[in-house]
Design a binder for this molecule. Structure first.
Ligand code: HEC
Length: 151
């Protein structure tokens, strides 16, 4: 089922389709993924680097809204039931590249996060690919709402 959705999205994504897919009104920033990205590669990276915590089907960990015994928050779902889509692309990118602890530290917040940073492990392009894959699984209205957060 998920494969079908991804194929549909890939088919839909002509160069001109990118803006429509992202629900953007023509405004482009680096963060809106309008550069080249590869959903198939993104899916493979997701399976390899993210699924262990965020779930094979992006479902997240059980009881992800409550801190675990170690005081850290569990991994949230990346599907539309989570809050990934509440964040702008820029935040999602920084979260993935730096990890939760480092990102918050840069903002002066002391926070113990279970989200590791992938800097050095994934290239920037690979991070965009995996984020594009995650976004490609969202229904259109959720993508549109998330796109508004990018502006
Ligand atoms: C070792 C487990 C682990 C792995 C592997 C992991 N994450 Fe996370 N991730 C977490 C946890 C735990 C959180 C919530 C942490 C927090 O509250 O700071 C999180 C949060 C996030 C967030 C921000 C919150 C949100 O609403 O989405 C993003 C974005 C994210 N992860 C993306 C990724 C991506 C992309 C990958 C694969 C490249 C990945 N994660 C791999 C554990 C993991």
């Amino acid at each position: 089922m998920q494969k079908v959705v991804v194929l549909l999205v890939v088919g839909f994504l002509g160069l001109g389709g990118v803006a429509a897919f992202l629900g953007m009104g023509g405004q482009t920033t680096e963060a809106d993924l309008s550069a080249s990205f590869d959903l198939a590669k993104g899916e493979a990276i997701y399976a390899q680097s993210c699924a262990a915590c965020h779930g094979e089907n992006l479902e997240g960990q059980a009881d992800w809204r409550s801190p675990g015994a170690n005081g850290r928050m569990p991994a949230p779902p990346h599907d539309e039931t989570g809050h990934t889509w509440h964040h702008s692309d820029e935040v999602l990118f920084a979260y993935t590249k730096l990890g939760g602890t480092e990102l918050m530290a840069q903002r002066g917040i002391d926070f113990d996060s279970g989200m590791p940073g992938f800097e050095g492990q994934l290239t920037d392009q690979e991070i965009w690919n995996v984020l594009a894959y995650i976004k490609s699984t969202w229904p259109e209205d959720v993508r549109a709402r998330q796109a508004q957060n990018n502006q």
